[in-house]
Design a protein around this ligand. Sequence first.
Ligand code: NI
Length: 174
Amino acid sequence: MPKFLEIAELGNQILREKTKAVEDVADLYTQNLIDDMIYTVAEVNGVGLAAPQISQPLQIFIVASSPNPRYPDAPEIEPIAIINPSIIKKSDEMEKNWEGCLSIPGIRGLVPRNKFIEVKYLDRFGKEKKEQFSDFLARIFQHEYDHLNGIVFLDRMKSTKDIITEKEYIKLFD
Ligand code: NI
């Protein structure tokens, strides 16, 4: 049975540390961790979760986009485990949109991101994947990828005036 993992919040040093590449994807520890992360992100209505957020300094994150109360317009995809990723191309075109973070509860920020990216990573079977993402999925990927480098979305913002509370955010989309 997968278990719920405690989420580290802003102020916890683990969120600011660099992560290590996963050496053996097939390892039982890694496989259990992936299952626990997929379970945890669904329990808290997240669309992504990176290993440092559950206090593991490893290059693993989950992209788990589906419509939920926190992200009503999210596209529906099966959760994907992304291991040892790199971003190999980025569009010049940037787009600002709202982001939240499970490690920064209660607020949302308007964050500029590259609209299109090309990435490579290992999937949970150790298979090398090369893919392109755009819009919301590209945004999730960049947000989670940043977590692997000790960066949170606040670091990407252009103005503190682009920060709002979750309560006001919900009113915007009512
Ligand atoms: Ni986050």
